[in-house]
Design a protein around this ligand. Structure first.
Ligand code: ADP
Ligand code: MG
Length: 268
């Protein structure tokens, strides 16, 4: 099982869109996929047409009872989506209180990792969506994955947010525990605008080592897909934006070197 975390301390940069699009593509390649929503705003659930108020439970329950969780309790909060093979571990508004209640306790950063380890027989891939806030949830998401994906909007102000995110990763790395490798993915790229072109050349200049070699273009199909509560690959097939995510997926799988890589690459 491969675990990827999609993170940026800025909102509106394409995190949730990246989670759902990569998840949709992995399912099309025959993978069993779990999406984990760690954002108290539950945007991932809303995207998929799943109202957090109507869920049987949420990630909050698992954190709250983390000391003596049974396998049944964990599996009971996972819900299907309207795409076969794609499941969701939903968020809840109450997640926003975790920093206050659990934030300072030792070992708090590894709860999600241990929950996911107990689900490894059920999934080939797990994609974790993050809130744009550095806190106990983001720390858990970063500690639970093998690969960090940082979407960054190709716009000047967004680059400041990126610097903050990279500093966070460096700071966590200094804390003793190794931080997984990260890849920076330029999103919402519009080649007709000077803003996009300038931001991209700035990214190439400032982050040459971690920058993905391509971009995710602006594509209205992403918004249409979210209105239809479907991942873009399932909703729109092979549009420009989906093709770009497909290339990104190939890149991520080539970096993984795990079981899921071989199976997804061969389509089985
Ligand atoms: P985040 O999770 O970082 O807050 P979202 O994925 O929710 O960002 O994206 C913010 C908005 O931008 C959403 O309305 C989404 O549909 C739209 N969006 C994201 N990526 C693209 C894209 N490549 N092209 C066009 N619209 C996009
Ligand atoms: Mg989001």
């Amino acid at each position: 099982m491969q675990v990827w975390t999609i993170v940026n301390q800025k909102g509106g940069v394409g995190k949730t869109t990246t989670v759902v699009s990569l998840a949709g593509l992995l399912v099309q390649r025959g993978q069993r996929v779990l999406m984990v929503d760690t954002d108290p705003h539950a945007s991932l659930g809303y995207y998929l047409g799943l109202d957090p108020e109507e869920m049987p439970g949420s990630l909050f329950d698992l954190f709250y009872h983390h000391q003596n969780l049974t396998q049944d309790q964990i599996e009971a909060v996972i819900v299907p989506t309207n795409v076969a093979g794609l499941e969701l571990l939903p968020a809840a508004t109450a997640l926003a209180t975790l920093d206050r209640t659990l934030g300072n306790q030792a070992g708090m950063g590894l709860i999600l990792k241990s929950i996911l380890q107990r689900l490894s027989h059920r999934y080939d891939a797990v994609l974790i969506d993050c809130p744009p806030v550095l806190g106990v949830l983001m720390v858990n998401a970063l500690a639970a994955c093998e690969q960090i994906i940082v979407p960054v909007q190709t716009e000047f102000l967004a680059l400041k947010g990126l610097d903050r995110m990279i500093q966070t990763l460096q700071r966590l790395g200094q804390g003793g525990r190794p931080v997984p490798p990260h890849i920076i993915v330029p999103t919402l790229f519009d080649r007709r605008t000077r803003a996009s072109l300038l931001a991209l050349s700035e990214l190439v200049r400032t982050h040459p080592d971690h920058l993905w070699h391509s971009v995710i273009p602006v594509d209205t199909r992403f918004r249409d897909a979210s209105l239809a509560h479907l991942p873009a690959p399932q909703y729109a097939g092979e549009c420009r934006g989906v093709k770009a995510y497909n290339d990104l997926l190939d890149e991520l799988l080539s970096r993984g070197g795990q079981d899921v890589t071989r199976r997804a690459a061969s389509g089985h």
